[in-house]
Design a protein around this ligand. Structure first.
Ligand code: KG4
Ligand code: ZN
Length: 396
């Protein structure tokens, strides 16, 4: 089929959380458009994503966002070879908006529909950009760290008979890393989402001031050798565990705040920032709100989290014989994470790749890119495609 010549045109739609996004990608490589309507300001008032508000905003945004993506790409619906949509994981009501609209389009224009796992999308954001740069393809298998506000997963990714296969070799047993960033930022009276605030402020603090520790997580296995049903229970992997846990460090930060009587200054900072929503994370005004103790705490928190992600990822890469590392998801935008992963990769002689900042956080170009190989293989979704909020990627 002509798709092998990379002419296939896919409209991608993403609405799993708090961004309504649409993009047109040609041949799994060339993003002709990539439109994202963020709801960040709306949810910032609540310090986190409010599912009902997210669904309502997606409903409001989906039609103009898709139209904008089509018009920027300069293509018509008739030109499309398929519509790809995120089927999970994510918020049920939010996913439903994207899926319903994608289904209406495919029905109306008689096009195939492709369901895409959001986490697979994050991995393909990196692979698509590597293809755009016309780099030599990364050797397989790859070890992919998908690290965002909702997920912290390690996947071993390879291709079998042209199809991508994933093995989930590590995941968080409680909070996602981005969630820890957001919760710690909230505890400290900083803005939402917390990642960019902590990223910017950590540069001004001493990362060795507060020694946070991460305990080793043991694979939890029932007495009869079976794996517990709890979805968040550690994975049963032979040998060492590559699972994560980020709820402990959040509690340790809270304890530090209380022991050092920081509540009052935090309340003042929160009030000041509420008066000045225009102050950006990297601004001098924002930095001036933080005393040395706070900056040191922020830098130490980030140092510990990045160190933990780094150790688990490189240990898993070594154990499973990965030929390269891919880091993706919102937290992959973090500057210290990029710097330290690159330095360690150079030391290990392993290539590491990140998405551009625009494709680190949620977007639809990554959904269209992940759909490319499914289009070539004719792997289409049926008419009863629905949202799967807990959709998993790969076996363990
Ligand atoms: O991938 P994403 O847009 O949405 C999810 O699928 O969750 O990721 C959002 C997460 C938030 O937790 C946010 O705080 C975090 O990514 N984030 C960052 C940075 N930029 C965004 N975390 C650390 N450093 C950053 N620069
Ligand atoms: Zn995401």
């Amino acid at each position: 089929m002509a798709f092998e010549q990379r002419t296939g045109l896919i409209l991608g739609i993403e609405s799993s959380c708090d961004e309504t996004a649409a993009a047109v990608v040609r041949g799994g490589t060339e993003a002709l458009s990539n439109v994202v309507a963020s709801q960040m300001n709306l949810h910032a008032n609540y310090g986190g994503v409010v599912p009902e508000l997210a669904s309502r905003e997606h409903l409001r945004n989906i039609v103009p966002v898709v139209r904008e993506a089509m018009s920027r790409a300069g293509v018509s619906f008739d030109d499309l070879d398929a519509v790809a949509v995120t089927e999970g994981p994510g918020l049920a009501g939010a996913l439903l908006v994207g899926i319903t609209y994608a289904k209406a389009l495919t029905f109306g224009f008689d096009k195939p529909l492709i369901g895409v796992n959001h986490l697979e999308g994050h991995i393909h954001a990196v692979l698509m950009e590597a293809r755009q740069r016309a780099e030599k393809a990364m050797e397989l298998p790859l070890l992919a760290l998908v690290v965002s506000g909702g997920h912290t997963h390690l996947y071993l990714a390879e291709q079998r008979e042209g199809a991508w296969c994933y093995r989930n070799v590590g995941r968080t047993v409680d909070d996602a890393a981005g969630e820890a960033y957001d919760k710690v930022a909230k505890l400290l009276g900083l803005g939402y989402p917390g990642g960019p605030w902590i990223d910017a402020l950590a540069r001004r603090g001493n990362s060795q001031a507060v020694p946070f520790r991460f305990a080793q997580i043991k694979p939890r296995i029932n007495r009869d050798g079976s794996v517990p049903l709890n979805k968040k229970a550690p994975l049963k992997v032979e040998g060492p565990s590559f699972d994560f846990s980020f709820s402990g460090i959040k509690t340790a930060v809270l304890r530090y705040i209380e022991t050092n009587h920081m509540r009052e200054v935090i309340a003042e900072r929160r009030a000041k920032l509420a008066e000045h929503p225009e102050w950006k994370p990297g601004s001098e005004e924002a930095a001036a709100l933080c005393d040395t103790r706070t900056l040191d705490l922020i830098a130490s928190f980030q140092y510990a989290v990045v160190g933990n992600l780094l150790r688990q990822t490189f240990a898993a890469a070594e154990t499973f014989g990965a030929r390269g590392i891919v880091v993706s998801g919102g937290v992959a935008a973090n500057s210290e994470l990029r710097r330290r992963f690159q330095a360690d990769a150079d030391r290990h002689g392993l290539p590491v790749a990140f998405p551009s900042l625009a494709l680190s956080t949620d977007n639809a170009a990554m959904i269209a890119a992940a759909a490319w190989q499914k289009l070539v293989a004719g792997e289409f979704a049926s008419d009863d495609l629905g949202p799967t909020p807990q959709l998993r990627l790969g076996g363990s």
